[in-house]
Design a protein around this ligand. Structure first.
Ligand SMILES: [Zn+2]
Length: 113
């Protein structure tokens, strides 16, 4: 489960930001996770409690902002929903989809005390 390492990094980065702001604890953390990022939101939620133990994020609320995948076809220009297993344009069947959104993996917001 690579989400464990990813969650640990998210916690470390968030804690760094919180310390910079002179915070004593983090109340909530919003993380944006794209459907094409290869990261499973549920696994991050699961790992968060263990990873946040003993940090400024212990007890913080984890809010996951799930971003659906979208692709744009280089052949016909159509935009369509895209998941990790979609490679062809649903409009013209060209194997020419560029990712428009869905690869996000970042901290969006940090609420500190
Ligand atoms: Zn197309």
């Amino acid at each position: 489960m690579h989400e464990l390492g990813i969650t640990r990094s998210i916690v470390e980065i968030a804690e760094g930001h919180a310390r910079e702001q002179g915070a004593t604890r983090v109340l909530s953390l919003t993380v944006q996770i794209g459907a094409l990022s290869g990261v499973i939101p549920e696994a991050v939620e699961f790992a968060f409690e263990a990873c946040s133990q003993g940090t400024l994020l212990e007890g913080a609320r984890l809010i996951i902002d799930a971003v659906p995948g979208r692709g744009r076809c280089r052949a016909c220009g159509a935009e369509s929903a895209m998941d990790r297993f979609t490679y062809a344009c649903p409009h013209c069947d060209a194997l020419a989809l560029d990712t428009v959104q869905g690869e996000e993996l970042r901290i969006l917001e940090l609420e500190v005390d």
